[in-house]
Design a protein around this ligand. Structure first.
Ligand code: SF4
Length: 334
């Protein structure tokens, strides 16, 4: 169980059942809980040094989500939906949330979950299509669930609604709390994988590969729709060998049920000037993910792999997945 070093909360959070529960819990454990004006703008956090990044991730912010704007999406869902959390207590060195929130990618929990789920259900019911809502683009809901039980609450309540599907990605294996729920086939869980040494050294604080593979098998057995994200692909030395071993490992350990219809998404890593600055000071002994020969700028301090490397990567993954997973769809490679 994650116990923060300090909790910062908006006063009104106490008026919500979840907010009250969390604050009572942390106060009973003598964790300092201090009031903030606005979860979006915590001056003392903004002013911290890059070297304090790891320490900052030990804070927990509790607030109320005020903006509920759905963003159209055309990859795997119809809309990206801001949901019950943003940020995370893990520290993947490429996490795009770091890029968006700078150093402030600590976990923020939003206690007005009823309001957020109601809006999704209303939009789903109004549409003539069976819309898919991505609720996990700002955090990791399997991880968040270990603190709030929000995912269990969400699945139980959404399953009763008439229309629509929910989806989210995860890098964690703690799926047991959702296995026995009546999800009604309305949830698509996409488990993100990478070679074990990348998980250990770069996806700091996430679940080991084996635990994620077991999670995929368990979810499938529990009737969930499942997908696999190979993401982000990082072109380190010997990347072909690392990723082929990963695909072989998946092929050997995934159940035949999963292999029947699991789909893949492949995403190449993007990186940024902000990541470089934070990682070099917070993790000075870790591998430098910036590679000036293989990367190119993509505006405003962001980097992506050059076209020629992405083309080589795309060929590689199409060939290897055809060999080991001939019957499975690749939704996209980007
Ligand atoms: S698990 Fe996801 S949200 Fe958390 S640090 Fe890693 S990439 Fe970011």
């Amino acid at each position: 169980m994650f116990l923060p070093k300090r909790v910062l909360y908006e006063k009104d959070s106490e008026n919500y059942e979840l907010g009250k529960y969390l604050l009572d819990l942390y106060k009973s454990k003598n964790i300092p809980c201090d009031i903030i004006e606005n979860h979006n703008n915590i001056e003392e956090m903004r002013k911290k040094e890059n070297s304090e990044f790891k320490d900052m991730k030990q804070n927990l912010i509790i607030g109320i989500r005020k903006t509920h704007k759905f963003v159209e999406n055309h990859k795997i869902s119809n809309y990206l939906v801001p949901y019950t959390s943003s940020g995370c207590i893990a520290m993947c060195m490429y996490c795009y949330l770091v890029c968006n929130y700078n150093k402030c990618a600590y976990l923020r929990l939003f206690v007005n979950r009823e309001e957020m789920l109601d809006k999704i259900i209303k939009v789903a019911n109004k549409s003539s299509d069976n819309l898919v809502f991505e609720i996990g683009s700002n955090s990791d809901l399997i991880l968040e669930n270990t603190i709030t039980n929000n995912l269990v609450w969400t699945i139980e309540n959404f399953a009763k609604s008439d229309k629509g599907l929910l989806t989210f990605p995860t890098k964690f294996g703690m799926v047991d709390p959702i296995l026995n729920l009546n999800h009604n086939g309305k949830i698509i869980v996409r488990v993100s994988v990478n070679p074990e040494d990348i998980i250990k050294n770069i996806e700091i604080g996430t679940s080991p590969l084996n635990s994620r593979i077991q999670a995929i098998n368990k979810l499938k057995q529990a009737g969930y729709k499942v997908g696999i994200l190979i993401a982000p692909v990082i072109f380190l030395d010997n990347w072909e060998e690392k990723y082929e071993n990963l695909i072989i490992n998946l092929c050997e350990k995934l159940s035949s049920e999963v292999k029947k219809d699991v789909f893949f998404e492949i995403i190449f890593m993007t990186y940024s000037f902000v990541h470089r600055a934070i990682n070099s000071e917070a993790f000075p002994n870790k591998e430098n993910l910036y590679n000036k020969d293989k990367m190119t700028g993509r505006g405003r301090g962001k980097y992506m792999y050059k076209k020629e490397y992405r083309a080589i990567g795309e060929d590689f993954f199409r060939n290897k997945l055809k060999k080991y997973f001939p019957n499975n769809e690749i939704k996209y490679i980007v």
